[in-house]
Design a binder for this molecule. Structure first.
Ligand SMILES: Cc1cc2nc3c(=O)[nH]c(=O)nc-3n(C[C@H](O)[C@H](O)[C@H](O)COP(=O)(O)O)c2cc1C
Length: 307
């Protein structure tokens, strides 16, 4: 009997949808027992978010300041054969519920020496969050053996609008009558069980060495050059903005409201202006720096952390 521990957080169910699709081949299998643990912050997060609430979580999320979680129901006496973490990037960092869990004593015990697979669901920007995840897992002495990503497949500017409608208004489909449905793609959900089969084979062999390259081969770790460059900008600027806001006050405080508001305007405007420029630049990049881009893409598709 193999025991799999699944740790996940979800607001609108997409993470669970991805998980269920990947783990479908394990349904009704006697040899495997899957233990699900939904991470619950003591103070539940809002959904849909008010504009001010959405941008107010930015500084603490980027700084990975843990908040209190409900006690977990994880059976600590089981020696799990595999740990799966399903999470969302929030502002290019690990979402706070999962980063808080990774800082608990329980996580330290549970993840020590364990193979870990991450399942990310998001709009389209997950590279930096996953770099932080790689570091966290190294700190916990765990081994990242697989990463599967579910992204929104619309163009960047389209999903910028549909994600805001989704997060701030709770509208998922046909925003304003014509925008495409926000969220992870139905095709990916339909094809994801093939990844579950690969995980099963790795578990049976007790060897995960080839898993990541097989996941990449199935198209579940797409890295787009224009998004890679945009994330690079955000990675450099976000900690500065986060400091700028948190200098004025703690989460939710009235003193920092103005700065949160400014960030809430600067971020979408920045993406709106930068996106077309970067897209054109990356169309030229293959001509100018094809090798460098290929190397970067290959780096983000694998699970080691750059020294
Ligand atoms: C506060 C916040 C910040 C977000 N930041 C990002 C981001 O940096 N990159 C991205 O691709 N998606 C981002 N998203 C979109 C989420 O990843 C998306 O809503 C997620 O797919 C929803 O998952 P769930 O249904 O499991 O809760 C953000 C969402 C929230 C709520």
């Amino acid at each position: 009997m193999k025991n799999i521990l699944v740790i996940y957080y979800t607001q609108t169910g997409q993470a669970k949808q991805g998980l269920d699709a990947v783990l479908k081949p394990f349904n009704n299998e006697q040899e495997y027992k899957i233990h699900y643990e939904l991470i619950k912050p003591v103070t539940a997060l809002p959904y849909p978010w008010k504009y001010s609430e959405f941008f107010d979580v930015f500084p603490e999320n980027v700084h990975a300041i843990p908040f209190e979680l409900e006690p977990s129901g994880i059976n600590m006496t089981i020696n799990y054969d595999l740990v799966i973490i399903a999470y969302q990037p929030w502002f290019l960092s690990i979402c706070r519920p999962i980063s808080s869990f990774l800082m608990t004593k329980e996580a330290k015990i549970l993840l020590n020496t364990k193979p870990v697979i991450t399942i990310i669901n998001c709009r389209n920007m997950w590279l930096n969050a996953q770099e932080k995840m790689k570091q966290r897992l190294l700190d916990l002495n765990a081994k990242l053996v697989g990463n599967i990503t579910f992204v929104d497949r619309s163009a960047n500017l389209t999903s910028l609008i549909t994600v805001l409608a989704f997060e701030l208004k709770g509208i998922k489909e046909k925003y304003m009558g014509f925008f495409p449905k926000y969220g992870i793609s139905d095709t990916d959900i339909q094809t994801a069980p093939v990844i579950g089969e690969l995980i099963k084979t790795s578990l049976q062999k007790n060897n995960f060495d080839d898993l990541q390259s097989q996941i990449v081969g199935k198209g579940f770790v797409t890295v787009k050059p224009n998004l890679l460059i945009m994330e690079g900008r955000g990675k450099a600027l976000f900690p500065l903005y986060a400091n700028y806001i948190s200098k004025k006050g703690t989460a939710g405080s009235a003193d920092r409201k103005m700065r949160v508001k400014i960030f809430g305007m600067v971020l979408p405007t920045g993406i709106l202006l930068l996106s077309p420029i970067i897209t054109i630049a990356t169309r030229l990049a293959p001509i100018i720096a094809a090798g460098k881009m290929r190397k970067l893409i290959a780096y983000y598709q694998q699970n080691e952390l750059k020294k």
